[in-house]
Ligand binder design. Structure first.
Ligand SMILES: [Zn+2]
Length: 737
C-alpha cells in the first residue's frame, strides 16, 4: 500500500520491513560472521507474518543449462547495480520468513553470506494457501537466480533482491551442472546449554557494544531461568543503552521482585524511570539507593541529575544558558573514515532535560477544528506553557539511503520523513507501550471511536495510522530564530505540541527548539477560555499559495485574518500588488539604494509606490506586511539626503504598525532605529530602543524580564552573547552595562 504524504509517496510495506530489519540487526557498520547473521535472521521469526498465502509455483528445471562462466559471487555484487546476463548460484542457509518480501540467508560457494529478498512470491487468497515454513525452499536448497539486484534495504543493511519469481530456479540434486563447484563452508554449531553460557555469551556481545545481540542471548537465558536476577539486570542495562526505557523498567521490576535489595536493579530502575519521564519516582528510587550506598559517586551523580529533572518538570525553570551550551557541544560533527558526517557526541543534540506542562492549559474540543489547547485561566505574557522532548527526531545527517528513496544524497525533508516513519515504527515494535501516544494523534482517517479504542487496546503496529499521524503532526526543526549557528535541520514528532492549532498570523504562543526540546510560551496576555494558537507557516515568509497548498495537505482550512483577506482579494488587486512589488525590485530599489546620493525624484517614486500598495489594503493597514521592506529602503534614502528626522519617523511608524507580529523584519527596523540614533548622538533614545530589542530577543526564551531589577540587562546580555552577539557589541558602543 502506498501513501502520499505532504512531501512524498511512502510504501508502507517497505517501511515496516525496514523497521523490522533494523530491529533485529545488531551493529549496522560491522562486518559479520555467518553465525551472527544467522542469529539476526532468527530474530525475524518472532515478528514475521504468520498468515497463509497463495505462493508462486517453485520453478524447477530438470534440464538446466547455464554457462558456468556467468556465475557471479556475492563478493562481486555492487550496490544499486544489476549484473546483466549473470546469475547467482547460492545455497539457502536459513528458514525463509515473510515480511513484505520473503527473506532468508544464502551463501555462495566462496562462503559469502547475504540476505536474499524474494519479492512478488505471495498474494492473499482464499484457496490453495500455505504458510511460509521450514518446508518452503528449505535449508540446503540450491538456487540459481537471474536478474538480481543488490540494494541497501535500510541503514547499512544490504540485500540481494529478486523481483520476479520466474528468475528463481531450484537446482535439482541430480543436476550435474554444478558438480565441480566446491562449497567452502561447513556449518559449525556452537552449543549453548545453560543460562550461564547465555550470560557469558551475552556479556561478550555487550562488551563489544552489540546490545541487540546481547539482549537476544540474555533473553534465551531468562527463558531457561526466569528468576535469574543477574540476567535480568544485564538485559535491563542493554535495554538502557538502546534507550528502550520501558523494557529496561520491566526487567528491573522483575529483578527487584525476586531480590528486593538488589542495588544494581534499583540503580537501573532509577535510570529507566528518568527515561520514562517519571521524574519523581526516579528521584525517590535513587535517593533511597544513595541512602544505602553513601559515598558512591556514580549513584550521587545520577541522583543529582534526577533531582534536576524533577525540579525542571515541577517548576518549569530551566537553565537556558547551560542548555544552549549543551546544544552546541552535542551538535558537533566530525567525519568518519568513509567521509560521512557523524556526531562527536554519540546521540547528537538530544538533550537530557525534563518535560514540563503548565497546569493552566488543557486539551479540549474547539469548534470547527477538532481538539486544541485552551487556557483554563488568564495567563500572563511570556509564560512557559510546555516543554516537550521529541517522541522521536531525525536530524538530516542521520538519514541513510534506503530502498524507498534510494538516495543517500537526498538529505532533505522528504528523506527525513521516511526515516522518521521507519524509526517510529521500529520504536513501537520495540516498545508497544508507546503505541497509544502515537495512535491518539489526529490522523485524518475518520476512524470511529470504537475502532480507535480497539486499535489502542491491541497496542500493535498499525502502519497506516503511523504514517497518517506523522503526516499530520510532524514538525520541521528550525534553529534559525535564535541564531544558534548550526546547519542542522531535521524532522520530529512532539506529541503534546501537535495539539496546538495553527494560524498564519495572530498566533498567541511562541515556539523554539533547543536540540530535541521544544519550548512553548505565550507571546501576549491570554484570557481564560481562549484557544492557544501556534504558527506552522508564517504569512510574512510564505505566500498565500504556499500556505494554502501546505495546509490543504493536513486538512486545515485556515480562518486567520490574513487568509480571509487574501481569499477575498480580487485577482485584479493581486495582480496589481505583484506588479508594484516587481517595479520596486527591478527599477526603484537599484536607484534608491545607490551608496551615496539619491535623486529626490526617485524618493518620490518610492513614496508613491508604497502609498499605492497601502491603498490596496486600506481596510487592513496592519496587514500590509509587503510594505515593511520598502519603508525601510525609503528611510535609508532620506538618511542619505540628510533628512534624519524623516528617516526615523518612517521607521517608527512601521514599528508601531507591525510590532505585535514580531516578524523578523521588525527586528531589522529596530536595529536601524538604534543605529541612526547613535549616529545622531541621541544616546538616551538609542538606549531606549536597545532595551526594546533586547526584550524581543530574550523574553521568548527566558520569560518576562523583571526590568525593575537593576540586574536584568546583564542577565539578558549573557543570553544574547550566545545567540545574538551583535547585541553585546552594540551595548559596548552605547556604554550599556
Ligand atoms: Zn491563515
Amino acid at each position: 500500500m502506498k501513501y502520499t504524504t505532504v512531501i512524498r509517496t511512502i510504501d508502507s510495506f517497505e517501511v515496516v520491513q525496514n523497521a523490522i530489519l533494523r530491529l533485529t540487526v545488531d551493529n549496522f557498520s560491522q562486518v559479520k560472521s555467518r553465525e551472527q547473521l544467522i542469529d539476526e535472521h532468527k530474530r525475524l521469526d518472532n515478528i514475521c507474518d504468520k498468515k497463509k498465502y497463495v505462493v508462486h509455483n517453485i520453478n524447477k528445471q530438470e534440464n538446466l543449462t547455464l554457462n558456468i562462466q556467468l556465475r557471479i559471487s556475492i563478493s562481486n555484487l555492487k550496490v544499486n547495480n544489476v549484473p546483466t546476463g549473470r546469475f547467482l548460484l547460492c545455497r539457502v542457509i536459513s528458514k525463509f520468513v515473510k515480511l513484505f518480501a520473503l527473506l532468508a540467508l544464502v551463501e555462495d560457494p566462496e562462503g559469502n553470506v547475504e540476505r536474499l529478498a524474494l519479492y512478488n512470491w505471495t498474494k492473499e487468497g482464499q484457496s490453495n494457501i500455505k504458510s511460509i515454513d521450514q518446508l518452503f525452499l528449505s535449508i540446503g536448497t540450491l538456487l540459481v537466480i537471474k536478474n538480481i539486484s543488490y540494494e541497501v534495504a535500510t541503514s547499512n543493511i544490504t540485500i540481494i533482491r529478486s523481483n520476479n519469481p520466474d528468475d528463481v530456479i531450484v537446482v535439482d540434486h541430480n543436476n550435474k551442472l554444478f558438480d565441480d563447484v566446491k562449497w567452502s563452508t561447513n556449518e559449525k554449531k556452537v552449543e549453548i546449554k545453560n543460562a550461564d553460557d547465555f550470560r557469558r555469551c551475552g556479556n561478550d556481545y555487550f562488551a563489544s557494544s552489540n546490545y541487540i545481540a546481547a539482549i537476544d542471548k540474555y533473553s534465551n537465558g531468562i527463558k531457561l531461568e526466569p528468576q535469574n536476577v543477574t540476567l535480568l539486570n544485564n538485559r535491563a542495562e542493554a535495554y538502557l543503552r538502546l534507550y528502550q526505557f520501558h523494557n529496561a523498567f520491566k526487567d528491573t521490576e522483575i529483578a527487584l521482585m525476586y531480590d528486593p535489595n538488589n542495588l544494581k536493579a534499583a540503580y537501573r530502575k532509577g535510570k529507566a524511570l528518568c527515561g520514562l519521564k517519571h521524574y519523581k519516582d526516579a528521584t525517590n528510587t535513587l535517593q533511597n539507593l544513595y541512602q544505602r550506598m553513601k559515598g558512591n559517586t556514580s549513584i550521587k551523580q545520577i541522583m543529582k541529575h534526577a533531582e534536576m529533572l524533577s525540579y525542571e518538570n515541577k517548576n518549569g525553570k530551566y537553565d537556558y544558558l547551560r542548555i544552549i551550551d549543551e546544544f552546541h557541544e552535542r551538535s558537533k560533527i566530525k567525519k568518519d573514515s568513509k567521509g560521512n558526517d557523524v556526531w562527536i557526541y554519540e546521540t547528537g543534540p538530544r538533550l537530557d532535560h525534563a518535560e514540563f506542562l503548565n497546569d493552566n492549559i488543557q486539551i479540549d474540543l474547539v469548534e470547527g477544528k477538532g481538539r486544541g489547547w485552551i487556557a483554563k485561566c488568564d495567563i500572563p505574557e511570556y509564560t512557559l506553557l510546555m516543554v516537550s522532548k521529541a517522541f522521536k527526531v531525525v536530524f538530516s545527517n542521520e538519514v541513510f539511503g534506503t530502498m524507498i528513496s534510494n538516495t543517500s544524497n537526498d538529505k532533505g525533508a522528504s528523506s527525513c520523513a521516511e526515516e522518521l516513519t521507519t524509526c517510529i515504527t521500529r520504536k513501537l515494535f520495540e516498545e508497544p507501550y508507546y503505541c497509544p501516544e502515537v495512535y491518539q494523534l489526529y490522523n485524518g482517517l475518520n476512524l470511529s471511536r470504537n475502532e480507535k479504542i480497539e486499535i489502542i487496546r491491541k497496542n500493535s503496529i498499525h502502519i497506516e495510522l503511523i504514517i497518517q499521524a506523522l503526516m499530520h503532526n510532524n514538525i520541521g526543526l528550525n534553529y534559525d530564530e535564535f541564531n544558534l549557528k548550526t546547519e542542522i535541520t531535521g524532522l520530529g514528532l512532539w506529541t503534546l505540541p501537535s495539539f496546538f492549532n495553527h494560524a498564519c498570523i495572530d498566533e498567541n504562543v511562541y515556539n523554539f527548539f533547543l536540540g530535541d526540546l521544544l519550548f512553548i510560551r505565550t507571546n501576549r496576555p491570554i484570557s481564560k477560555g481562549e484557544e492557544l494558537i501556534i504558527n506552522y507557516r508564517n504569512a510574512t515568509t510564505f505566500s498565500y499559495e504556499e500556505r494554502l497548498s501546505y495546509l490543504k495537505c493536513i486538512n486545515i482550512d485556515c480562518q486567520c485574518r490574513m487568509c480571509k483577506l487574501e481569499r477575498s482579494e480580487s485577482q485584479e488587486i493581486k495582480l496589481r500588488m505583484a506588479q508594484l512589488l516587481k517595479a520596486y525590485h527591478e527599477s526603484i530599489y537599484p536607484k534608491v539604494s545607490k551608496p551615496h546620493s539619491v535623486e529626490p525624484s526617485h524618493i518620490k517614486e518610492l513614496e508613491y509606490l508604497i502609498a499605492e500598495l497601502r491603498s490596496l489594503r486600506k481596510e487592513h493597514p496592519d496587514l500590509g506586511f509587503n510594505t515593511i521592506e520598502l519603508s525601510n529602503t525609503l528611510a535609508f534614502a532620506y538618511l542619505k539626503i540628510g533628512n534624519n528626522k524623516k528617516a526615523l519617523s518612517i521607521l517608527k511608524e512601521v514599528y508601531d504598525l507591525y510590532k505585535t507580529f514580531r516578524v523578523s523584519e521588525i527586528r531589522i527596523i529596530i536595529l536601524d532605529i538604534i543605529i541612526i540614533n547613535s549616529k545622531l548622538k541621541l544616546f538616551e533614545e538609542a538606549k531606549k530602543w536597545f532595551d526594546i530589542m533586547l526584550k524581543i530577543l530574550v523574553e521568548p526564551i527566558m520569560g518576562k524580564l523583571e526590568d525593575d531589577k537593576p540586574e536584568w540587562r546583564k542577565e539578558a546580555l549573557r543570553l544574547t552573547e550566545k545567540i545574538h552577539p551583535q547585541m553585546n557589541s552594540i551595548a559596548e558602543t552605547l556604554n550599556i552595562v
